[in-house]
Ligand binder design. Structure first.
Ligand code: ZN
Ligand code: ZN
Length: 357
């Protein structure tokens, strides 16, 4: 934790900031260990302050790293920010993607005139994108837990159960295995419903002959996993099998292209070109992947619009899909750690088209 705040201080110097006010709860947790919902942090070369209100004083004493000066403040924590700034701290960065216009105006009123507020989102996110070995272990453990739950689910079969029943069973099993919760709302989408990349499970039974998109993850020790498999509920027709094979080939090509130094844009293009060459370019409407950590969607991004370059220690998904409106969807997603010359896959379930009853 101390090392994280120190690395952040180095980034502050590059950004010509004297200190950073951190209000994003995930960033607060990353820097301090605090998992409550009302905490803010101020970090500068001479400042390591953590503020919370009376409800969280005990939790903060247990969780917040001792290198931080832990202070109790009024429930509106911004009131106390001026008190923790050191005299020379003039340029104060704040997380503009995480502060309302109203909060910003209030903060401006509360701070001395000498302090300059500078929009500076994304600094802690840059640190978070490169995982420490213990973080990778936690994500791997979450992925293994999620794999075990899904394998169990498929042994119980899919045909005749509703999407919602299946989603609830999977989430319940992950919690029984020790997960804090599902890392996001489980997607179970059968047949034509699979053509919606963010489909919500319906009270509709899965029918024999449908492809079923299963996108799920577990949160364990604060870290998320994310994986998708598309399985066949009983035998599916040849057209569906063909589309499955195209997505699988694109996914393998995407995995092959992931390594440190590769751009998010180029990795996306490898999978996108494979799908385009097979005549389905218009039916792959989202990016190839995203970073995963404490948040299930974080930096870096693998997409046509990404400006990110992959680094060793990034944990990212590779998840191409083909969505044919009114007919079916196929998505195959793995979670990987980027290494100097490739990647290591953390999600272990088979990617051959599984037929389950
Ligand atoms: Zn997913
Ligand atoms: Zn994903």
């Amino acid at each position: 934790m101390r090392a994280r705040a120190e690395r952040l201080t180095e980034l502050l110097a590059d950004a010509e900031l004297d200190a950073l006010l951190v209000t994003d709860p995930v960033n607060v947790r990353y820097l301090t260990g605090f998992s409550g919902s009302n905490g803010v942090v101020v970090v500068g070369p001479r400042t390591r302050a953590f503020l919370t209100d009376f409800r969280y004083v005990e939790q903060a004493a247990a969780e917040v790293h001792a290198s931080f000066d832990r202070r109790r403040a009024a429930r509106d924590l911004l009131d106390a920010v001026a008190d923790v700034l050191a005299p020379g701290e003039i340029r104060l960065g704040f997380e503009d993607t995480r502060m309302s216009v109203r909060e910003h105006a209030r903060l401006r009123r509360l701070l001395p005139a000498r302090v300059e507020l500078v929009a500076a989102s994304g600094l802690v996110e840059r640190l978070r994108a490169i995982k420490e070995p213990e973080e990778i272990e936690a994500i791997h453990a979450a992925a293994k837990l999620a794999d075990a739950a899904c394998e169990r689910l498929l042994r119980d079969g899919l045909v005749g159960r509703t999407e919602r029943e299946v989603a609830v069973a999977l989430e319940h099993d992950m919690r029984e295995r020790g997960a804090e919760n599902a890392s996001f709302d489980t997607i179970i989408a059968a047949g034509p419903h699979g053509a919606l990349p963010h489909a919500r499970p319906r009270n509709v039974p899965i029918r024999r002959g449908e492809l079923v998109v299963i996108d799920w993850g577990a949160r364990l020790d604060g870290y998320c996993s994310d994986c998708t498999r598309t399985v066949a509920a009983g035998p599916v027709d040849e057209a569906a099998q063909r589309i499955y094979e195209i997505v699988l080939a694109a996914q393998l090509a995407g995995l092959e292209s992931v390594r440190a130094g590769q751009t998010g844009k180029a990795a996306d293009a490898v999978a996108r070109d494979a799908i385009g060459a097979a005549g389905h370019g218009e039916e792959f409407g989202h990016g190839l992947g995203h970073g995963v950590g404490i948040d299930v969607h974080e930096a870096p991004r693998l997409s046509q619009r990404s400006d990110d370059t992959l680094s060793a220690g990034n944990v990212v998904t590779v998840e191409p899909g083909i969505y044919v409106p009114g007919r079916l969807g196929v998505r195959i997603e793995d979670l990987v750690v980027v290494t100097a010359d490739g990647c290591e896959i953390l999600t272990g379930m088979s990617k051959r088209l599984m037929v389950v009853d």
